[in-house]
Design a protein around this ligand. Structure first.
Ligand code: ADP
Length: 494
């Protein structure tokens, strides 16, 4: 490990943010490493149970006032946070490059999307928040209102770190909940600490947002507090389905609501009438953005046999032209994978497919942690990277020719996941008909599986989790409360 804190990049706060205060520097820390070369990005506070307890207590104390804040006040804060987020884009892009290996393209996309989501969220306080229902009892009125849950504890991931962290706490906060965030130990700056700086500058009240960072291996200690503390009413998790199964079991034991945004094995269908150039561009972006380490990356493309060979040829040529290297260079598209395990897993999946007879079209090698964008064809149905396996979090794309679109549609869904899918066709009516039969939370016609916008309800079905972003998150982060009111004496059976 080399001690080369990058002087080009301004690293901000590196301690916990609890009850509106940054914890003192000088406590125990752990090094956050650049995935490119293991140089030290920052020394970040290594928290545990005590910090998590203090953070939950602060969020609990702040909840009544935050929940009661007039919507216009909350709106002002969110709009300010959006402006600060945009203002800080150039420096956040650099942090995301050295901490998570994110290209400028991917980082800037996340930052703009985050600012847009903050502006969307600014209006949610004004959403109608209830119904009046006719009662069968004469003179009685029934009112149904939505109220926030209380403290929502969030787990944020390292991959789409900046945007996914906003999503993890912004949605509950917009509906009146207070939050405690435990960012991924692999990217605590981009997955939470920068956000705390922004919210502090915007003037969010003390305790409404709290963050506790922890060293590798200490996630469970912090998480224990979230499951044990009675004030935490909801666990908001973004990460792998493997971890979600562990945490979900605990949430069941503790009878806490859990919202999950998990992985995907996102297929794309390219029908015979598709615009091939557009399909090539959509596939290249969808499969290789962030080196294939995003839950919505395209993992497999089914292409009609009549256009398959031309599609593969054009895609391979485009993919070979993607610049790989240190993502601190804004022209680099392919940066490093997050760690050695990710490189090994991508090699294992590739090797397995090759041993079973797959053809390597392009890529296949790694240089340090930079893995060449890789395309495979002729991958047999039983190969590990085609069906029924967990995500390969790396730049590995499978392309398969089909003759029958209906059979391809059925095969494309032979996965436990159900996050995103895409269909490329000039026949929108046919695309819509096929889309209606896809069992995924998201399906795009003539766009990559990666497409996302701030107002849209992003989320999955099956093993991809449940819960939605956008204002649909009101379902996840509020309770329905029934109030009835009558006048005059009631009539009772005894
Ligand atoms: P990813 O690899 O996409 O980050 P993970 O599921 O490994 O997905 O991590 C998502 C979040 O869950 C991170 O904040 C991580 O620290 C946390 N996490 C991982 N394992 C555990 C665990 N056993 N207990 C509590 N939290 C965990």
């Amino acid at each position: 490990m080399s001690e080369t804190l990058n002087p080009e990049v301004r690293i901000g706060r590196t301690t916990h943010f609890i009850n509106g205060q940054w914890a003192a520097e000088g406590g125990e820390t752990f090094p956050v490493l650049n995935p490119l070369d293991d140089s030290v990005v920052a020394h970040v506070a290594a928290g545990g149970r005590a910090e998590a307890e203090a953070a939950v207590a602060a969020a609990q104390a702040a909840f009544p006032a935050w929940a009661a804040l007039p919507p216009g006040e909350r709106q002002r804060l969110f709009l300010k946070a959006a402006d600060i987020t945009e203002r800080r884009l150039p420096e956040i892009v650099k942090i995301m490059a050295i901490e998570g290996g994110a290209s400028t393209t991917f980082a800037a996309f996340q930052i703009r999307l985050s600012a847009a989501m903050l502006r969307q969220a600014a209006s949610w306080g004004y959403m109608p928040y209830g119904d009046m229902i006719r009662s069968d009892t004469p003179g009685r009125t029934a009112m149904v209102t939505r109220k926030p849950l209380g403290v929502v504890a969030g787990f944020t991931p390292w991959n789409g770190a900046f945007y996914l962290a906003w999503r993890t706490f912004l949605l509950p906060m917009a509906f009146g909940n207070t939050t405690v965030i435990k960012p991924s130990e692999l990217a605590p700056l981009s997955a939470g600490l920068i956000h705390a700086e922004i919210l502090e500058e915007a003037g969010f009240p003390a305790g409404s947002f709290n963050i506790v960072t922890h060293a590798p291996g200490a996630a469970a200690e912090v998480a224990d507090v979230f499951f044990e503390h009675p004030a935490v009413r909801c666990i908001n998790f973004t990460g792998s389905d493997k971890t979600a199964r562990i945490l979900g079991a605990r949430a069941g034991q503790a009878l806490k609501r859990m919202v999950m945004e998990l992985g995907g094995f996102n297929p794309m269908l390219v029908l015979e009438d598709a615009d091939v150039d557009d399909a090539v561009n959509a596939t290249c972006f969808g499969a290789f953005l962030h080196q294939g380490q995003v839950c919505m990356n395209t993992r497999k493309v089914y292409v009609h046999r009549a256009i398959h060979d031309g599609f593969v040829e054009k895609l391979a040529a485009k993919v070979r032209g993607l610049k790989a290297g240190d993502p601190i260079d804004p022209s680099v598209i392919i940066g490093p994978l997050i760690n050695d395990r990710a490189v090994e897993q991508t090699h294992e999946r590739l090797q397995d497919a090759l041993e079973r007879g797959a053809t390597l079209v392009t890529g296949g090698k790694s240089h340090g942690r930079i893995f060449e964008p890789t395309i495979l064809t002729d991958v047999p149905a039983d190969a590990i990277c085609t069906t029924g396996c967990d995500e390969t979090f790396g730049p590995l794309l499978v392309i398969e020719a089909f003759d029958d679109a209906e059979a391809a549609l059925a095969q494309a869904q032979n996965t436990p996941y159900g996050l995103s899918a895409a269909i490329m066709t000039r026949d929108q009516a046919r695309g819509l008909n096929m889309a209606s039969r896809f069992d995924t939370g998201i399906i795009h016609i003539n766009a990559p599986t990666m497409a996302s916008e701030a107002a849209l309800p992003v989320g999955g079905v099956k093993d991809s989790g449940w819960g939605r972003s956008g204002h649909y998150a009101v379902e996840d982060f509020t309770e329905v409360r029934l109030t009835t009111m009558g006048s005059g004496p009631g009539r009772y059976p005894f």
